[in-house]
Design a protein around this ligand. Structure first.
Ligand SMILES: *Cc1c(COP(=O)(O)O)cnc(C)c1O
Length: 367
């Protein structure tokens, strides 16, 4: 193999992150402490337009605690997409509520407002759109449906730091929103999650739930978890936060290059008024053999790529019992056709040319 493999994703951690970890290790205060508090404030100013943020140990915990803080529980239904990472529906199920799967828009893969409207019942408490791949869901249409039905809106913004919808940042639309800080996301703290909270009441409830239900030591008010972030992780996240803006610009420039040069595949459309932050750059192979294309890109062109997600949530063994009869044709088609190409900020110009050459050759051969 003469050319080196281009990975599908590549977390960037360097000297500054290592120095930040070292600084915290030397301080003697390594669990949740002042770094976490500062990280929450800095994240709020950089990402959620100042809306209160509470840091936890993963994106999944952020969803779970956000839902519990919003009062979601047994008897409630929460409408979610099936075309997403399993954590979206898992977190709903873990509260005792029922995830109800609705179909997506064919162009940008986020929840369809019409499908959500059709899925509403007397038990529906909320809708939780996912800003999939870093493209914001249509928050105007979804917000209108939610308002008309009197249900609440939560956001799974795990993949969408700094994405905007009609000029407003994602993570500021719902009662709460979640951001993941897992290494493959657009920024990382190692593991971690952030809950952006619309009210002080939700923020306080998330803080209690993350720490055994305590605000003051041994004054446990509710039954809670240990879902705390450590100062070590927060220190890494604070460094990454200073870089995510520039990384996002590079992702967008890489995407623009791919948009302009790919042939024979459907490049990702961007909705009017949306800022896409390209957590993934996801193409569709219209009718072609997707798995053959993925294999050829790996083996013949050393281009890493991923399929997110080959099995929709409603067909996973863990969740299939929730909605055995649900019919989601747009989701099924997307699950058969999508390929996510490398778009991360470490790509060189030569990498981008190789991705284009590889995809165009393989798509042509497969047509
Ligand atoms: C990554 C991700 C999550 C879960 O976040 P973790 O930090 O891995 O727990 C939830 N939803 C979506 C859409 C994700 O991509």
């Amino acid at each position: 193999m003469s050319e080196t493999f281009i990975p599908a994703a590549k977390p960037i951690v360097g000297e500054e992150e290592r120095a930040a970890v070292d600084r915290v290790m030397r301080s003697g205060m390594i669990a949740q402490g002042p770094e976490v508090a500062t990280f929450e404030q800095e994240f709020a100013s950089a990402v959620t337009a100042g809306r209160t943020c509470v840091a936890v140990n993963s994106g999944t915990s952020a969803l779970h605690l956000g839902l519990l803080a919003a009062g979601i529980g047994p008897g409630d239904e929460v409408i979610v997409p099936s075309f997403t990472f399993a954590a979206t529906a898992n977190s709903v199920a873990l509260t005792g509520a029922t995830p109800v799967f609705a179909d997506i828009e064919p162009d940008h893969f986020c929840l369809s407002a019409d499908a959500v409207k059709a899925a509403i019942t007397e038990r529906t408490a909320a809708v939780m759109p996912v800003h999939l791949y870093g493209h914001p869901a249509d928050m105007d249409a979804l917000g209108a449906v939610a308002q008309e039905a009197g249900i609440r809106v939560f956001e799974d913004a795990a993949q969408a730091h700094l994405a905007t919808w009609q000029g407003a940042p994602v993570g500021t639309f719902g009662d709460f929103a979640m951001f993941s800080l897992y290494p493959t996301k657009n920024m990382t703290s190692g593991e971690g999650g952030m809950v952006s909270c619309a009210t002080e009441q939700i923020a306080r409830s998330v803080r209690l739930l993350r720490n055994q239900g305590m605000e003051k030591q041994y004054a446990n008010e509710v039954v809670g978890f240990n879902a705390r972030m450590t100062d070590i992780h927060a220190a890494v996240g604070r460094v990454q936060l200073t870089k995510v803006g520039a990384w996002t610009e590079t992702r967008r420039a890489n995407a623009a290059f791919l948009d302009a040069h790919l042939e024979g595949v459907v490049v990702p459309p961007v909705a009017e008024g949306a800022t896409h932050v390209y957590h993934q750059y996801t193409i569709r192979v219209d009718g072609a053999d997707r798995d053959r294309i993925v294999t050829a890109l790996h083996k013949e062109h050393q281009v890493g790529c991923g399929v997110y997600y080959p099995i929709p949530n409603h067909r996973l063994a863990s969740l299939a019992h929730v909605a055995p009869d649900v019919d989601l044709p747009v989701t099924e088609e997307a699950a058969r056709e999508v390929i996510s190409l490398p778009v991360h900020p470490s790509l060189t110009e030569a990498d981008l040319h190789r991705i284009v050459t590889g995809v165009n050759a393989v798509a042509k051969a497969g047509a």
